[in-house]
Design a protein around this ligand. Structure first.
Ligand code: NAI
Length: 250
């Protein structure tokens, strides 16, 4: 199966976890993948796990507006289009509202939400030039269902969910052929959550919330990302896919 042959795909947060798993699968299905992350060392290691092909790694802090402008110019100059944008970079920290400083709040909103706005704004001309551009934005079940001590993360991921729908509507109105959808993972075992799963008490609590009884793998999310990015989802826009082992079904 080569759903992405001759397609240019950009994945942010691609040095690790869900981003890396999806970059590997895009590459396996024929895409030229641009792997962006702020972690240069992680990118070098990540690149080694990709099948042979014209893949590239880019050091980018997704909160840096000038970096996005430069990357958008570079993509247009070199490829003349972008077929798929996966805005995946993000992180969260557990803290009550009382214990969250404004600086910590802003940092979480910047990485998870500002990044999606900047990527969408600056890459839209390249996505429109594709004629079948697809945006997949990484939200979370925390963008739909709240949990205590995740205020800034829930606010950011809820923002990603709604911003994705606005993007879909503006693209439909413009008739530029770009689709935009969001993904909402539940509990997934990645480097981001490794510390939580390493603590038996926390791991038990997290898994108690998952009806299938175990956390998901990065590949479980990558499958949904590739579906939304592919022509199989050509009539899907402004939609959300929950991939959570049943957590939000209860
Ligand atoms: P991860 O920590 O394995 O990967 C995230 C990547 O994003 C890292 O390579 C990191 O260097 C990069 N990154 C962080 N800040 C960045 C910045 N400012 N600029 C560029 N790159 C940056 O985490 P994971 O679990 O793969 O998470 C990926 C996405 O999935 C995140 O948006 C996360 O919020 C979301 N998610 C994860 C869940 C989980 O249980 N692991 C559940 C729901 C959503």
């Amino acid at each position: 199966m080569s759903r992405f042959t001759n397609r240019i795909v950009l994945v942010t947060g691609a040095a690790s976890g869900i981003g890396l798993a999806s970059a590997v699968r895009f590459a396996a299905e024929g895409a030229t993948v641009l792997l962006a992350d702020r972690n240069a060392e992680g990118l070098a290691t990540a690149r080694a796990s990709l099948p042979a092909g014209a893949h590239e790694t880019l050091v980018l802090d997704v909160t840096d507006e000038a970096g996005w402008r430069a990357l958008a110019d570079d993509i247009m100059a070199r490829f003349g289009r972008l077929d798929v944008l996966v805005s995946n970079a993000g992180f969260g920290k557990f803290a009550s509202i009382a214990d969250t400083s404004l600086e910590q709040w802003r940092a979480i909103i910047a990485v998870n939400l500002d990044s999606v706005f900047l990527a969408t704004k600056y890459l839209m001309p390249a996505l429109a030039a594709s004629g079948r551009g697809a945006i997949v934005n990484m939200s979370s079940i925390r963008g739909i269902v709240a949990a205590a001590n995740t205020g800034s993360y829930c606010a950011a991921k809820g923002g990603v969910r709604m911003f994705t729908k606005v993007t879909a509507l503006e693209c439909a109105e413009a008739g530029n052929g770009v689709r935009a959808n969001s993904i909402h993972p539940g509990h997934i075992a990645t480097p981001l959550t490794a510390a939580a799963y390493a603590d038996p008490d926390t791991a038990r609590k997290l898994i108690a919330d998952v009806p299938v009884g175990h956390p998901g793998k990065p590949d479980d999310i990558a499958g949904a990302i590739l579906f939304l990015a592919s022509d199989d989802a050509s009539y899907m826009t402004g939609a959300e896919i929950v991939v959570d082992g049943g957590s939000t079904a209860q």
